[in-house]
Design a binder for this molecule. Structure first.
Ligand code: BGC
Ligand code: NOJ
Length: 811
């Protein structure tokens, strides 16, 4: 089987050994405000905070060849032109390697005895992409080398940039001072920010006008300036501003030379925008550039970044005896959780950055995998999310990261949304013990005049479900629940109509078993939060609400071998053996069993047996089966996709960890791990078939009915990251932050007999050793902390903050 790369665990890098990966395999640089997506061939783009509003460099989605546009370094070595990342010139390289690391990417290319090594990062604390490019002459002869840097600026608003050409082509402006190129389009009017692209050496020439650099009718693969080895010193005026520096130098045999390139974002206060008429105030840029003039400065920033990640990844670390699990849990899964926390579903190679902002449901779930990393940022996020809730408990489905305002176009009506907020806040309190978040005053719909406590927001979330129940006492689905392609109140026969915003059939009866699982699952945590807040009466009412819902599920939601998925707008069953297609769905089996529904009655076990029997495949558990072969007006988008793709019978990775967690509830360690392994990237054997990056989760892998069974799509930005980390770290390995302390409750596969784990939690470091003789089922768990047995596996929160030895035996 063709291989494209491997894990270098010691370096915490993924090493790509050939540039022509099945799709671009990318990395995310930046973890605060400035971000760059960088592919293994140097493609990608940068933005500040918001990929739509403040896009710094241009990128063309849907383009051929794919992945065209990025930060490029063209090399002209005595007339031979090439690029170290292979793209865009695609000259044959003698050597190539790309290493994606934590917040940085290295690309090495070599041709005719000249080696180019680039290291790119977004340094912690800086709003810039900083790249060191080193050229080394490995040949026996002196070389005259000419390097041309290249970025293409985006005119800030990425949506306008790709549509409004009649205006765009006349707005572009730059300034050039020495080796610094300033992109200042629209700065003369309402913008107080600009971009700078600079190198720490004198240049032989520059270009800032795309057509001058490339030549008319030429592409990124053959810039005229590079092939003629002569910059045009062009000054952009309208059209498409770019940034290109030319550096010419001689390298003796064995000699090498490095340059540091900085692509930065700078802001000025409104009253200090200009230093003279039309001359931008460059002080912030000069300050930025001064930070990256020398190799020593670059190395320090690189070390700081490594230190930052060392710190984050020291919070949860396992040595399980299975290196594939270890590298995912310790490094790549947590890394992806940081990315999904930052990006939500906004900017990837499958999300254009101009569509969805932050999703209410998406962001709430992303927090579940991020909470332990930086709880203070999670807290802030929870408040932002809650502020987009309406007074009746419903919520804007999405909001824009820059303005934090709810998105009007999409509006509300997704009836799962409100409950996710309770999951998020409960996870925060469990991690930190910080109850002050409950009293935090948070507006509704961003209107400070109607602010209430966070706890009141949660109450409205919870009661929204209670107050919106259908004929069977089950939650009404509204526009959709988690599976937002199951559009039960949208009878769309009009081409182009949006399934996300159309609710043209007010049935008032379509109900969701999935939301019932969420409701039951979150009830105990909600009651606990009420009690902590002093709402005893409300807390006391919760068991009744919970029980009513469980009863409704047992009575109207059980199909005989598994749980139903929903009742549609006619009151017909969805996900039933009675259906011709879509007979069984994964979501209710996962969420209802996680919530403990039907455990006593034996339904839970049956439901999970049915999952294995009907939905399990080599590449994971399919979302439902059999897929819909025709369009069902009453089901909506789910039946738009051809069988086996996406929500129509694909392996929708996000919900696989729910089955892992459900298996753990029933105590099946081997079965839980088996599901975990099937979607886990580091167990992938056929990288060509899988297509997307083998170091991160993808949203979807084509299901058994698809012609391309096993092919993944939509990598990086998926709730799979958070839920899988949650399932592995808490469900399987059993390290569960809880209100009263750290609960140790593993459910291990038989082969994991000896596990060592470190967990930092509320000021203590726990060194945990587990001896497992339970043979693949849960077994009896005994926990001894510093020599003393603890009750119920719970290490109490009031233990003195220190380093503690924890011995766990499972028999
Ligand atoms: C996709 C879903 C996605 C939704 C919202 C649908 O077309 O299949 O996965 O959540 O759009 O953007
Ligand atoms: C992707 C969306 O981002 C998410 O909100 C949704 O739950 C899943 N697709 C499932 O449809």
């Amino acid at each position: 089987m063709e291989q494209y790369g491997y894990f270098d665990d010691a370096a915490r890098e993924y090493v790509i050994t050939r540039p022509d990966t099945p799709s671009p395999w990318i990395n995310y640089l930046g973890c605060e405000a400035f971000f760059t997506l960088m592919s293994n061939t140097g493609g990608g783009y940068s933005f500040y905070k918001d990929a739509r509003m403040l896009r710094i460099t241009r990128y063309r989605y849907n383009n051929v060849p794919t992945d065209a546009g990025g930060q490029y370094f063209y090399i002209n070595d005595g007339g031979s032109v090439w690029t170290p990342g292979w793209m865009p010139v695609r000259a044959k390289l003698d050597a190539y390697e790309c290493r994606h690391g934590l917040g940085y990417t290295r690309i090495m290319g070599e041709k005719d005895g000249l080696q180019a090594r680039q290291v790119s990062m977004v340094p912690f604390g800086s709003d810039a992409l900083v790249t060191r490019l080193t050229l080394e002459n490995k040949s026996a002869l002196a070389k005259d080398v000419s390097v041309f840097s290249f970025v293409e600026f985006c005119l800030w608003n990425a949506q306008d940039d790709s549509t409004n050409f009649q205006r765009n082509f006349s707005t572009g402006e730059v300034e050039i001072v020495g080796s610094a190129i300033y992109h200042k389009t629209e700065y003369r009017e309402r913008r107080n920010h600009y971009a700078v692209y600079a190198v720490n050496a004198p240049v032989q020439g520059f270009d800032t006008d795309r057509e001058s650099f490339l030549g008319a009718y030429r592409g990124f693969d053959s810039p005229a300036a590079v092939f003629e080895n002569l910059s045009r010193n062009s000054v952009a005026s309208g059209w498409s501003p770019v940034g290109s520096h030319n550096l010419k130098f001689t390298l003796a045999p064995g000699e090498s030379k490095s340059f540091i390139f900085v692509l930065g974002y700078c802001e000025n206060p409104q009253d200090q925008k200009f230093t003279a008429q039309d001359v931008i105030n460059k002080a912030p840029a000069e300050k930025l550039l001064a930070m990256f003039r020398t190799d020593a400065q670059f190395d320090r920033a690189f070390d700081d970044l490594a230190g930052y990640w060392d710190g984050l990844l020291s919070i949860y670390n396992v040595s399980s005896g299975d290196e594939k699990l270890d590298r995912m849990v310790n490094v790549w899964n947590q890394y992806q959780c940081m990315v999904t926390f930052n990006m939500s579903r906004s900017a990837s190679y499958f999300e254009s950055g101009i569509g969805r902002g932050m999703g209410f449901r998406d962001s709430s779930q992303d927090l579940l995998g991020f909470m332990h990393l930086i709880p203070s940022r999670a807290r802030e996020r929870l408040i932002d999310i809650a502020a987009t809730q309406f007074k009746d408990g419903s919520a804007y489905h999405q909001y824009q990261p820059l303005t934090k305002r709810g998105n009007f176009e999409v509006g509300s009506g997704f009836n799962d949304d409100p409950l996710w907020l309770i999951f998020g806040v409960a996870a925060y309190v469990k991690e930190t013990g910080d109850l002050s978040i409950l009293s935090e005053s948070v507006p509704f719909d961003n209107d400070e005049s109607v602010a209430e406590s966070m706890m009141e927001h949660l109450r409205r979330s919870y009661h929204y479900t209670i107050d919106h129940r259908g004929p069977h006492g089950l939650p009404l689905i509204g526009r959709a629940d988690w599976n937002d392609c199951l559009n039960l109140n949208c009878f769309s026969a009009t081409p182009g109509e949006s399934f996300q915003t159309t609710a043209n059939f007010e049935s008032g009866v379509a109900e969701s078993l999935f939301i019932s699982g969420m409701f039951v699952g979150v009830s105990d945590d909600y009651a606990r939060l009420c009690r902590e807040f002093g709402w005893q009466e409300e807390a006391d009412a919760v068991p009744g609400f919970k029980q009513d819902m469980e009863q409704a599920v047992l009575k109207h939601g059980w199909d005989g071998e598994w749980f139903l998925r929903a009742y549609d707008a006619y009151g017909h069953k969805v996900g039933s053996n009675e259906c011709d297609e879509g007979k069984i769905y994964i979501e209710p089996q996962g969420f209802l069993v996680m919530a403990g529904v039907g455990v006593k009655e034996g339904y839970a076990q049956k439901a999970l047996d049915s999952v294995r029997k009907h939905l399990l495949s080599e590449h994971g558990v399919a979302i439902h089966t059999p897929p819909y072969t025709r369009y069902h007006l009453e089901l909506g988008e789910i039946s738009s996709y051809p069988p086996g793709y996406k929500e129509n019978g694909g392996i929708f990775c996000h919900n696989n960890p729910w089955i892992v967690l459900a298996e753990a509830v029933l105590g099946h360690g081997d079965r839980a791990f088996d599901i975990y392994r099937r979607t886990c990237p580091s167990y992938i054997t056929d990288q060509k078939l899988h297509h997307t990056e083998p170091y991160v989760y993808s949203q979807m892998v084509a299901g058994p009915y698809a012609p391309r069974f096993g092919q993944a799509k939509n990598s990086w930005l998926t709730g799979t990251a958070a839920w899988t980390f949650f399932a592995a770290s808490q469900g399987i390995l059993g390290i569960e932050p809880d209100f009263d302390g750290l609960k140790i409750d593993p459910c291990l596969p038989a082969f994991m007999t000896d596990v060592a784990l470190t967990r930092k939690f509320r000021g203590s470091t726990y060194r945990i050793r587990m001896q497992n003789k339970a043979g693949g089922e849960k077994g009896r768990v005994k926990v001894v902390v510093d020599g003393c047995a603890v009750e119920g596996g719970l290490i109490p929160a009031d233990i003195a903050p220190a380093e503690h030895e924890v011995c766990v035996t499972i028999e």
